[in-house]
Design a protein around this ligand. Structure first.
Ligand SMILES: [Zn+2]
Ligand SMILES: [Zn+2]
Length: 408
């Protein structure tokens, strides 16, 4: 059976966002059609207690608020950092960790204490001096419970395992023997399956997509998500589905929207009167011809470097999507998704479709929405569903790509 999951988020404890109520998260999950949501920050002790108080286990390993259908799965993000012998700088990589129960979270907290790691923020660090030490730590976490899953997060971003800062050629440089336990990766907002499917170390793994959101807003929760084929709605079935690559589809950002997609320098940098974007040929030694400073390699170029064209990729179903509320705002030429008119149109659509995901999967959008909302908005929704939108110029050097719908 189909299950829509979004398994990477953060709470107010991950910094600077204020308290995010689980009731607000649940409300947005229903509108979006997300069945199971990763709690975020579940090993930070105050968060653990908060989750324990508010949630009740409803299916094995899945939790819910009282009299509420939305299901939560215990999830955190941890930043592993270590000094690899052959690299000058520290190697840093974000990971999602999924837990089957509170008991295994308490055991994780005991390990953090044993290793003298500060567990004082929503997204903690685990640091080690050598690769071997980190490999042992990963095994120790994994050995807490056979259903704990450790997943490299947003693999191509600067903080991801394959990001340009780490400059790794192979995952084994980082994981050693633990590599056999890595069954899935998160594509992240800056990459899609097509960019990753020919990278030798990733080609056989499960690709999942999550929002990595720090908010309960309608354009944050489920902005990327995964539809799994599961036997039952419980934690074990979700983990088995991930391990066996029973992914039915993922919804992805268009990578060109991402802030680090292309290599370049933006116009407001020191020594610049105009921007420089490199789509094809990169300058020698990555030196910017305008300011003579070194540029960071864009995610697109980085993925091309890692690809092996002889690989025949696994078929993966995915859609490039934009959150519906943003499509509605764009159709009204409004920037703010909180504008009253935008919300009114969104609410009409939600009175017709049971959720946003069911809208994107429907073949009768025109018929269902005809004369209920304006035709321009319907056209833009249909264009997004067909993938008929671009980001021009694409994202680069910390600047998001600029959305143009229906002009491919
Ligand atoms: Zn992260
Ligand atoms: Zn420059």
């Amino acid at each position: 059976m189909k299950l829509a999951v979004d398994l990477h988020s953060h709470s107010g404890y991950a910094g600077g966002v204020g308290q995010i109520e689980l009731t607000a998260v649940s409300r947005t999950m229903k509108l979006k059609g997300i069945d199971v949501f990763g709690t975020g920050d579940c090993i930070f002790p105050p968060r653990t207690e908060e989750l324990k108080q508010e949630l009740t286990e409803v299916n094995e390993g899945l939790f819910a608020l009282p009299k509420d259908k939305s299901k939560f799965l215990l999830q955190t993000e941890v930043i592993f950092s270590t000094k690899l012998a052959h690299k000058r700088n520290k190697t840093i990589a974000h990971h999602i960790i999924l837990f089957p129960n509170f008991d295994s979270i308490y055991k994780m907290q005991i390990l953090m204490n044993k290793w003298k790691m500060k567990n004082t923020i929503g997204r903690p660090f685990i640091t080690s001096d050598t690769q071997k030490e980190m490999e042992d730590q990963l095994f120790e976490i994994h050995n807490i419970h056979p259903l704990i899953e450790i997943i490299p997060a947003h693999v191509m971003t600067p903080d991801g395992i394959f990001g340009s800062k780490n400059d790794l050629d192979e995952l084994s440089e980082f994981y050693g023997k633990f590599l056999s336990k890595i069954k899935a990766i998160e594509t992240g907002l800056s990459a899609d399956p097509q960019m990753l499917e020919k990278i030798p170390d990733l080609a056989e793994l499960t690709f999942i997509s999550n929002s990595d959101c720090h908010s309960a807003a309608l354009n944050r929760i489920g902005r990327e998500f995964t539809i799994l084929d599961v036997d039952q709605v419980d934690y074990k079935s979700i983990i088995n589905s991930i391990r066996q690559n029973n992914v039915m589809m993922t919804a992805e950002f268009n990578p060109a929207e991402g802030r680090y997609y292309l290599t370049g320098h933006r116009a407001d940098r020191k020594g610049h009167s105009h921007e420089m974007i490199f789509a094809d040929e990169l300058p020698a030694n990555m030196i910017c011809p305008v300011c003579n400073k070194k540029m960071n390699l864009g995610v697109r170029e980085r993925s091309i470097q890692l690809q092996d064209d002889s690989i025949i990729p696994i078929t993966r179903n995915y859609l490039h999507l934009i959150p519906l509320i943003e499509v509605v705002a764009a159709s009204q030429n409004l920037k703010s998704i909180t504008s009253k008119r935008v919300r009114e149109i969104f609410d009409i659509i939600m009175s017709i479709f049971p959720s946003e995901i069911s809208l994107w999967q429907s073949d009768s959008i025109q018929v269902m929405l005809d004369k209920r909302i304006d035709q321009k908005t319907i056209n833009q929704i249909l264009a997004v569903k067909k993938g008929d939108f671009i980001f021009q110029p694409p994202g680069f050097d910390g600047v998001y790509g600029k959305l143009i719908i229906g002009d491919k």
